[in-house]
Ligand binder design. Structure first.
Ligand code: PMT
Length: 220
């Protein structure tokens, strides 16, 4: 459903994984490919929005038609880029898979192996979406939840804790949902608690469902 209904609106999308360095050659990350977030950015651009895409490292090209592309590595990099672009955004969609923890100390030289094991102490990263929820005002704020258990309960808690307009909950236990695949199986939960379950669909189709909802909220 392409159109001009988002002309003049600024949409900020985050996508992909964040990575957290252990030493100059090693890091911790997750399985996000950026496919979901890039599909959302493309769908918003097709409706005429000015799209800023802030992305962790991926192997896919940024979609055509977006206004700004910012490549980041760590959660702290993503937090900085998001906050710098927050004020001018009408809606923020956080589909990135953000590392909750980072190594407490990053070794300046490659860690040499020894006979024993290796323990890496981790410390908490900021919760970017929660911070956005605290300063949201009238902006539309959309989060994702990637869960392996208690999907609806966990997603509901995230809506409240992070002050979201709605959350897109991926059921990671289902084949064809979540990380890396071209499809997704989700429930969308509104602020009011209303749950809409969707069948398996392509990430492009789901991106349009999400952008339809964002468009309606922006028109209110
Ligand atoms: O990239 P793909 O391979 O296409 O996969 C898509 C996806 C599975 C990565 C995506 O659809 C998805 O579910 N993204 C969110 C994954 C995630 O980090 O979920 P979470 O339940 O840990 O986080 C909840 C929300 O808070 C997310 O919107 C996340 O961006 C945000 N968050 C989480 C932690 C943190 N420190 N800061 C955050 O902003």
């Amino acid at each position: 459903m392409a159109g001009e209904e988002l002309r003049g609106k600024n949409i900020l999308v985050t996508a992909g994984p964040t990575i957290e360095s252990i030493d100059p050659v090693r890091y911790i990350t997750n399985r996000s490919t950026g496919k979901m977030g890039y599909a959302i950015a493309a769908a918003a651009a097709k409706r005429g929005a000015n799209v800023t895409l802030i992305s962790g490292k991926t192997h896919i090209d940024p979609p055509s038609g977006i206004s700004k592309f910012i490549s980041v590595e760590s959660t702290l990099d993503m937090q900085k880029a998001v906050m710098e672009n927050f004020d001018e955004s009408d809606a923020i969609i956080k589909s990135a898979a953000v590392a909750d923890y980072r190594p407490k100390d990053v070794a300046s030289e490659k860690i040499k192996k020894s006979e024993g094991g290796l323990t890496i102490e981790l410390e908490r990263n900021p919760d970017i979406l929660k911070e956005l929820g605290e300063i949201k005002g009238s902006k539309v704020l959309v989060g994702f939840a990637a869960e392996t258990n208690d999907l609806i309960q966990n997603a509901n808690e995230k809506i409240k804790k992070k002050n979201l307009d709605f959350i897109v909950a991926n059921d990671l236990t289902k084949e064809g949902a979540g990380f890396a695949v071209d499809t997704n199986i989700v429930s969308i939960i509104d602020r009011s608690g209303e749950i809409t379950k969707f069948p398996k669909m392509s990430k492009d189709e789901l991106a349009n469902v999400i952008i339809d909802k964002v468009t309606l909220l922006l028109q209110k």
